[in-house]
Design a protein. Structure first.
Length: 83
């Protein structure tokens, strides 16, 4: 997952675990939550720079792959939306 600061890529974080969906979700949410706690300008790509804003040939691209219903005993179904 690329790490952005001020609209520029300044690094990256990677996770390897049970599967691609979980890897993406953990890296994406970890970066998002860490950036919120630190408040130092680092974080995920600004929403207007993400691939999921593109719809080539009618199919929306993905910025991050998150599993559906990732948490047991939770009503949260789309953990990566709006971050």
């Amino acid at each position: 997952m690329p790490i952005y600061r001020g609209g520029r890529v300044v690094g990256g974080v990677g996770v390897s675990g049970d599967g691609v969906d979980q890897d993406d979700m953990v890296a994406f949410l970890g970066l998002h939550q860490g950036a919120q706690r630190r408040g130092n300008g680092f974080g995920n790509a600004p929403p207007d720079m993400r691939a999921d804003r593109l719809v080539p040939q009618g199919s929306r691209l993905r910025y991050v792959q998150c599993p559906q219903a990732p948490f047991l005993d939770s009503s949260e179904q789309d953990a990566c939306a709006g971050k």
